[in-house]
Design a protein around this ligand. Structure first.
Ligand code: 13P
Length: 249
């Protein structure tokens, strides 16, 4: 399988004009021609700033943290896929567990958002993952398959165009990483589910996210079905993010 790995930084609700400039400049300087795809996902209000900071280089692409499930109209606070496209956005995180938890996003919302992104030519990074309680109850496989199956159901014909991110909720921002074996086991389940939906499943990149850092990235990225990372905290520190990118290249 010769697909490039993808390392995506999810800045979440962090940053400022000054901090973004320092971070992006350090990344651009540190990354010449990485042998993997690299994306940064700033808060929506900073997309234009980061687009400008990334102008003139091709090593780092721009991503959004969400996309509206609607095309346009009376949806206060939303940003549509077409609007994101106006700012050079190539990827959009969809269905992050923080949005499922705090914004009440359901599997159906997530599936529609994926459809909107794909229709606009934006690659959705579809997040799935179980809570600690669900893992302890032995429901991990059931939960991630349910989350992905809603997306496959609505987007089956172009499902090979998505990126999937397995982010166990108990590993996000906690410093508790899934072991490479735990992560690989879930990635294999997701790969098998994609294989049942498309003969192009091997093209789909399945990222791991959840306390991935400069120290543990290499081992996680060595697993056969781990095709990259969705990085939170460590994406805010240029040296750490660059180390993770180097581990993926
Ligand atoms: P952390 O890397 O901070 O655990 O966050 C992971 C994440 O949620 C990325 O989307």
């Amino acid at each position: 399988m010769s697909k490039k790995k993808l390392i995506a930084g999810n800045w979440k609700m962090n940053g400022s004009l000054a901090a973004n400039q320092t971070l992006v400049q350090a990344l651009v300087q540190g990354l010449r021609e990485p042998d993997c795809d690299v994306v940064v996902c700033p808060p929506a209000v900073y997309l234009q700033q980061v687009q400008q900071l990334l102008a003139g280089q091709t090593a780092i692409g721009l991503g959004a943290q969400d996309v509206s499930q609607h095309d346009n109209g009376a949806f206060t606070g939303d940003a549509s896929a077409a609007m994101l496209k106006d700012f050079g956005v190539r990827y959009a995180i969809v269905g992050h567990s923080e949005r499922r938890q705090h914004q009440g996003e359901t599997d159906v919302h997530v599936a529609i958002k994926v459809k909107r992104a794909l229709a606009a030519g934006i690659t959705p990074i579809v997040c799935v993952g179980e809570t600690l309680r669900e893992r302890e109850e032995g429901m991990t496989e059931f939960i991630v398959k349910r989350q992905l199956s809603a997306v496959i159901h609505l987007n089956g014909h172009c499902i090979s165009e998505i990126v999937v991110a397995y982010e166990p909720v108990w590993a996000i921002g906690t410093g508790k990483t899934a072991t490479p074996e735990q992560a690989q086991a879930v990635h294999a389940v997701l790969r098998a589910q994609l294989k049942a939906a498309t003969d192009q499943a091997d093209r789909v990149r399945i990222l791991y996210g959840g306390s991935m850092n400069a120290t543990n990235a290499a081992e996680l990225l060595r697993q056969p079905d781990i095709d990259g990372g969705l990085i939170g905290g460590a994406a805010l520190k240029a040296p750490d993010f660059l180390t993770i990118v180097a581990a993926a290249a």
